[in-house]
Design a protein around this ligand. Structure first.
Ligand SMILES: Cc1ncc(COP(=O)(O)O)c(C=O)c1O
Length: 341
């Protein structure tokens, strides 16, 4: 049993969900939401803060500042609170309400930008805001998750070996792309591994991370309105783009089996199950990474009015959701003792 005295000292790194009974393929989902920050971003935050402490750029009177769609902001809020730093998070109006409240509860300041940038996203506006803060006061320290090598190094050191240790015969790995930290850390590790692993990057439609046309994206986490500076496509074998409607259907399918995950997990699982179906491969060992859990999305992805307003009334009609009150499924799942007369 681990005993800790700092919140960032704990992370569950060895939990995988076998999705075979839900989707019919041997797809293992690595769960990154079991730590006090609730997401994979704890790893990048830890690595970047420790490296800034080591190189002397972060000192006790520094004010950390970062642009984040939410999860890195929560992780930095937690670390800052634990270590006694001040932290200002610059986010945008697509950040979940609960994520913003979490950061504030941890003692951070949160600035929400609302003006769209030239690509129809908010990233450009957020970065401009951070740059102007840094120019105004030299106590601001910007770790810059988009360019900081500590971001991908965290996954090279932790996420990838955690997967390799559990699946020594891994064939294909599905990774969502935001800053590309997770993707590049894992891709670099497996390039040097003892056997080839197919690296599949997953992005959302409307993101320009791998090129393409910008479009509306309402689910935070995955996708970028610029090319990620950390991305080196020579490490990527394939890119799959997922429509937000498919992300949401997959989230709901998982939830109906008791697994409440965040939006980017729905995106990655949707891409992985489609890929496995297209290639008709039941013999492969496949892993996908689930960056967070679903509670932060209760007022969006899991909220009927939000879904209907943005995606129409029939979004979930084709999701293949079994109602738990459906007679057939109820009888087939009724425990033995209740089925007896
Ligand atoms: C929920 C969620 N999923 C996926 C990602 C993408 O991870 P990365 O920035 O390592 O590409 C993020 C990044 O913020 C995230 O918050």
């Amino acid at each position: 049993m681990p005993v800790i005295s700092a919140p960032h000292a704990f992370n569950e790194g060895s939990l995988f969900v076998d999705l075979a009974s839900i989707f019919g393929y041997r797809l293992y989902l690595k769960c990154e939401g079991f730590n006090f920050a609730g997401s994979i971003k704890l790893k990048a935050a830890n690595e970047m803060v420790e490296s800034a402490e080591r190189d002397g750029s972060l000192t006790p009177d520094s004010i950390l500042v970062e642009s984040s769609s939410g999860n890195l902001g929560v992780a930095l809020s937690m670390i800052a609170a634990s270590k006694g730093y001040r932290f200002l998070c610059v986010t945008d109006c697509r950040c979940n309400l609960s994520t913003k409240l979490l950061m504030e509860a941890l003692g951070s300041q949160v600035h929400v930008v609302t003006d769209l940038d030239a690509n129809g996203g908010f990233l450009g506006t957020r970065l401009e805001y951070v740059r102007s803060l840094c120019a105004s006061d030299d106590r601001y320290v910007w770790l810059s998750q988009y360019t900081n090598a500590g971001n991908w190094r965290a996954h090279y050191r932790t996420t990838a070996p955690e997967i390799a240790g559990q699946f020594p015969r891994l064939d294909v790995l599905f990774l969502g792309t935001g800053t590309a930290g997770t993707l590049m850390g894992c891709a670099r590790y497996f390039r040097e591994w003892h056997r080839p692993v197919r690296i599949v990057a997953v992005d959302s439609v409307g993101s320009v991370a791998f090129g393409g046309k910008p479009g509306r994206r309402m689910i935070p986490g995955l996708g970028m309105s610029m090319r990620p500076p950390l991305l080196d496509e020579s490490y990527v074998d394939e890119v799959i783009r997922v429509e937000e409607a498919d992300t949401i259907r997959t989230c709901h399918r998982l939830a109906r089996r008791g697994f409440l995950f965040g939006g980017s997990t729905g995106t990655v699982v949707s891409a992985a199950t489609d890929w496995l179906a297209q290639h008709d491969r039941h013999d492969l060992t496949a892993v996908a990474v689930a960056p967070d859990l679903g509670e932060r999305y209760l007022d969006t992805i899991y909220q009927t009015n939000w879904l209907q307003d943005l995606y129409g009334e029939h979004l979930l009609d084709s999701a293949g959701l079994e109602s738990s009150w459906d007679e057939k499924s109820a009888s087939s799942r009724t425990p033995e003792h209740r089925r007896r007369p």
